[in-house]
Design a protein around this ligand. Structure first.
Ligand SMILES: [Zn+2]
Length: 319
C-alpha cells in the first residue's frame, strides 16, 4: 500500500494528545493555579500533587525474545508462575524468508518507546539490545513492579499456520493478583481497540474478537502490574510477513500500540496513587495449562484459543 508514515503519525499524535488530555484530567492536575515548587521532591517528604513529575507515568515495554542464540542458556528451566517450569526464552519465530521475530519486536518496541517519550511517558525496556540472551521470561514478568511501572506491554508476533492472519492481545487468565484481573483485561481491550482502530485485522485463528486469556505465559503470570501481550501479526502468513518485514508496517503497529497505551493511562490514575496488588503468583494453587506449548513466551496458537491450530502447525513456531 502507499500509506505514508507522516500522516498516520500526525493522526496518532492527535489521538495521543487527546489521551494525554484525558490523562491530565483524570490525574486531577488541572484546576489549580499553584505553581510547582522546584524543591518539592525533597527526600522523605510527601509528593507534591502540583509537581508534574508526580504524575509521570512509566511503561515497561518487553520486546519479546532475544537476539542472541545461546541454546544452553535459553533452555534453562525457570518458574512459569503457576507451579510449573518452562524455558528461559527463545529467539522467537520468523517469516518464511527468515526475518526474525526478535528483530521485529525490538524495532517495534523502539518505535513505541520514542512515541511514548514524545508524549511525556517514561519507558523502561526489559532488554537493552537485540544481541544478548535473556532476561528469562520470569524476570521479564517481575520487571514492571521492580521499576514501579504503571503497566507492562509485551510485544510479539506469532508463528501460526500460514492461512491465519491478524493480531490478538493476550491477558493473564485466570488472574493471580488484582492487577492481572480487570486492569489487565482493560489494557488488553484498549490495545485491541487501538489496533483494530488502526485498520489492522483481528486474528482469524486465535482468541475471541482479538482477545485471548492465557495461563501459560510467565511474562504475564509474574506481573504485579496490569499486563498484556500483543501478538501483532502472524509472521507465517505471506501477506503479514511483508508488513512485519518493512519499517512502514512496523511503524503502523507501534503507533497503534501507543494509542492503546495512552488510552489506558488516560483512564487510570497513576500507580503511585493506587494500593499495590501484592499477591505472589508463585503461591497460586492454579496450575492449569492451556494448550501444549511450554516454551518461551511464544504465542498465539494455544489449544484454548486457536482451535484450528494443529500440532504440526504449532511445531513450526519452534526455533
Ligand atoms: Zn513471540
Amino acid at each position: 500500500m502507499s500509506a505514508r508514515v507522516a500522516p498516520a503519525r500526525s493522526g496518532v499524535r492527535a489521538a495521543a494528545a487527546a489521551a494525554l488530555l484525558a490523562l491530565s484530567l483524570v490525574a486531577g492536575c488541572g484546576g489549580s493555579s499553584v505553581q510547582p515548587t522546584p524543591a518539592a521532591s525533597t527526600a522523605g517528604s510527601a509528593p507534591d500533587p502540583t509537581d508534574p513529575a508526580a504524575h509521570m507515568r512509566t511503561v515497561l515495554l518487553d520486546p519479546g525474545h532475544n537476539g542472541g542464540n545461546d541454546p544452553k542458556a535459553m533452555a534453562k528451566k525457570v518458574p512459569d508462575g503457576r507451579g510449573k517450569t518452562k524455558e528461559c526464552n527463545t529467539t522467537g519465530t520468523s517469516t518464511d524468508d527468515g526475518f526474525p521475530e526478535h528483530k521485529f519486536t525490538w524495532d517495534v518496541a523502539l518505535r513505541v518507546r520514542q512515541l511514548l517519550i514524545d508524549n511525556g511517558v517514561n519507558v523502561v525496556l526489559t532488554r537493552e539490545n537485540d544481541k544478548g540472551v535473556g532476561p528469562c521470561v520470569d524476570e521479564r514478568g517481575k520487571k514492571a513492579a521492580e521499576v514501579n511501572a504503571d503497566i507492562a506491554v509485551s510485544i510479539h508476533a506469532d508463528g501460526a499456520p500460514p492461512n491465519g492472519k491478524g493480531f490478538h492481545v493476550i491477558y493473564p487468565k485466570p488472574p493471580l493478583n488484582t492487577a492481572q484481573g480487570a486492569p489487565s483485561l482493560a489494557l488488553a481491550t484498549a490495545l485491541r481497540d487501538s489496533l483494530r482502530g488502526a485498520g489492522l485485522p483481528v486474528s482469524s485463528y486465535a482468541g475471541v474478537n482479538g482477545l485471548s486469556g492465557r495461563s501459560d505465559l510467565a511474562g504475564l503470570n509474574f506481573s504485579k502490574r496490569p499486563v498484556a501481550m500483543v501478538e501483532c501479526a502472524n509472521m507465517r502468513n505471506a501477506e503479514e510477513a511483508v508488513t512485519v518485514s518493512n519499517g512502514v508496517g512496523r511503524a503502523r503497529y507501534a503507533q497503534a500500540i501507543v494509542v492503546g497505551i495512552l488510552a489506558w493511562l488516560g483512564r487510570n490514575p497513576p500507580a503511585s496513587a493506587k494500593p499495590s496488588a501484592a499477591a505472589d503468583p508463585s503461591r497460586s494453587a492454579n496450575s492449569r495449562a492451556e494448550g501444549s506449548e511450554s516454551d518461551g513466551e511464544r504465542s498465539g496458537s494455544s489449544a484454548s484459543s486457536s482451535p484450528s491450530a494443529t500440532p504440526s502447525a504449532r511445531a513450526r513456531t519452534a526455533n
